[in-house]
Design a protein around this ligand. Structure first.
Ligand SMILES: O=C(O)CCC(=O)C(=O)O
Ligand SMILES: [Fe+2]
Length: 293
């Protein structure tokens, strides 16, 4: 489905080399103590951000699915318990997902699934692990508002699975865990990073790319607190967010309280969670399973 104007495509193409050229290799973007966590500021340009937001908010109202604490759009096909019934991603998404694929070199095939989440300043996503139907590499593009994402080790969840098997459920969208369906993964209630030195938080600025994989994917829960005020105590990448110093400029919204070490969200954030999802080769038939590295 081609819905991009030639002008827009030309503008994006003209811009791509400059942002791509400015990038170093992925290994240069590790952050914090978890080795498989990467933060890439300015992965997309401001005008690419505007184009993405334009397309996202042009989608027909039924494309949005409202959840208790956010709403989302699902692109790439319908998720079924046995995999994905695929539907090609629109070109305004593949322009970004193909670049992520190429530059990272981490995905076994083209990114085929994008979940778009929208969060008001008091909304978030509970600590969760993305389900087993995804290849264990996640790429998240952030738009419109900064937010803090927390990574918390989930040994507790693993122990629970071992000791309490009757608690396990297989969710339509996820894997075995105590969970609440979020359209994306499994949720653990009440996980907290207050006292755990192993946890890591990152500030996700608009236009940035977050990549997490392997250990960060399998041994950590990730989540965003559902309040306007975010604590910066455990944020590992503040030095890589120089724009936070200029919050009065109209491009980035929010406010910092340096004394208290907090950031207040004031704008709606949108994110693109880009993944490779197992695809059903035949309806309810044979499944194509990715080899995990
Ligand atoms: O919005 C985000 O940055 C996180 C989204 C997420 O974790 C998910 O879609 O599974
Ligand atoms: Fe997730």
């Amino acid at each position: 489905m081609e819905d991009t104007t030639t002008q827009e495509a030309a503008a994006a193409a003209a811009e791509r080399p400059s942002s791509a050229l400015a990038l170093r290799s992925l290994a240069d973007y590790t952050v914090g103590a978890i080795p498989t966590l990467f933060y890439v500021p300015d992965f997309i340009s401001n005008s690419e951000q505007s184009q993405l937001l334009h397309h996202i908010y042009q989608a027909p109202a039924p494309k949005w699915k409202s959840l208790k604490n956010r709403r989302l759009q699902n692109w790439g096909g319908v998720v079924h318990e046995k995999g994905l019934l695929p539907q090609a991603l629109p070109s305004w998404l593949t322009r970004i997902t193909d670049r992520i694929c190429q530059w990272t070199g981490l995905f076994p095939s083209a990114i085929n699934h994008v979940l778009i989440n929208e969060y008001h300043p008091n909304q978030g996503i509970m600590p969760h692990q993305d389900g087993p139907a995804y290849y264990p590499v996640v790429a998240i593009i952030s738009l419109a508002s900064p937010v803090v994402i927390d990574f918390t080790p989930h040994q507790r969840l693993k122990e629970q699975e071992h000791t309490d098997p009757q608690n396990l459920q297989i969710d339509e969208l996820t894997g075995p865990a105590k969970m609440e369906s979020n359209g994306s993964g499994s949720h653990e209630r009440g996980a907290t990073n207050e006292s755990d030195p192993a946890c890591s938080s990152l500030m996700l600025m608009p236009c940035s790319l977050l990549i997490f994989k392997d250990q960060a994917y399998t041994d950590y829960l990730h989540g965003i607190q559902d309040n306007e005020l975010h604590n910066l105590d455990k944020v590992k990448n503040l030095l890589r967010c120089p724009e936070l110093k200029h919050l009065s400029s109209d491009s980035i919204q929010g406010s910092m309280d340096k004394q208290r070490g907090t950031f207040r969200r004031t704008a709606t954030r949108v994110s693109l969670t880009c993944r490779v999802r197992e695809v059903l080769s035949k309806l309810f038939g044979e499944q194509c399973v990715h080899k995990r590295k």
